[in-house]
Design a protein around this ligand. Structure first.
Ligand code: FES
Length: 106
């Protein structure tokens, strides 16, 4: 599935990310700047924060309580579109997903 990462300077990068990984892993695998992922993907650090374009969100798994709680600790403002990218599993259904990286993760 193709996932597009939009940086704060509006640089847009699109990659084919393997099914079964996460949007966070896709960023790290492709050296996308702007994802720190300090906890390694366990919804415990909030440094993999992204904003999901609303038109892209429908295929994503609903947010669980641990993700919701950790999103209170993001370095950049939490918006209604905020998610933790480590909790966004890559499935065939998310093809075309667009995520915007926040200004800061730490
Ligand atoms: Fe730590 Fe996502 S990598 S919360």
């Amino acid at each position: 599935p193709q996932i597009t990462y939009v940086s704060t300077d509006n640089t847009t990068q699109t990659f084919d990310v393997p099914v079964g990984t996460s949007v966070m892993r896709g960023a790290l695998m492709n050296d996308v700047d702007g994802i720190a992922a300090e906890c390694g993907g366990y919804a415990q650090c909030a440094t993999c924060h992204v904003y999901v374009a609303p038109e892209s969100a429908s295929e994503l798994k609903a947010m669980e309580a641990d993700e919701d709680g950790m999103l209170e600790f993001t370095a950049s403002e939490r918006l209604t579109t905020s998610r933790l990218s480590c909790q966004l599993e890559v499935t065939d259904g998310v093809d075309g997903l667009v995520v915007v990286l926040p200004a800061r993760q730490i």
